[in-house]
Write a protein that binds this ligand. Sequence first.
Ligand code: ZN
Length: 154
Amino acid sequence: MTANPPASPPPPAATPAVAGLFAAASAARGQAHAPYSRFLVGAAIRTPDGGIFAGANVENAAYPQGQCAEASAIGAMVAGGGKRIAEIVIIGAPADPAADASGLCTPCGGCRQRLREFATPGTPIHVAGPEGVRATFTMDQLLPFSFGPDNLSF
Ligand SMILES: [Zn+2]
C-alpha cells in the first residue's frame, strides 16, 4: 500500500503484561490457516483475572466462511470461562517477509463489534506487527458511539 496511513497514537511503553500477550499472539499467528490471503494474524486477549486466550485467522476455501483471529481468540476466551477483555494484542502481516508489512492491522468492522461485546469503551487494543506493538487504541476510538450490552441493560 502506498497511501498515507491515518494518524495513530504512539505505541505504549512495553509492559510485562503486554509482552506476554504479544508472545501468545505471535505463537497463535504462527499457526494461522491463511493459504489464500497469505496474511497471517494472531490475537491474544488478557482477561481481568490474568487469563490469556489466543487465536489465529482461519481461512476457508469458501471464502466468506473464514474467521478472523480476534473471533478465534474470543471463542477461546468464552470456552475457557472468560467474559471480559482487559486488553488485546493483534499481530497481522503478510507471510512473505519480502512483502510490505508496514500497515496497521487494525480489527475489521465486524471484529470491533465482537470485541465490544466483552470490552469497555476504555479497553486498550494494541495493534502490532511481527516486531512489536505499533499503536494502541481504546475500544471507543475504534468503535465510537458503539452499541453494546449496556444498551440492552446487561
Ligand atoms: Zn475481523
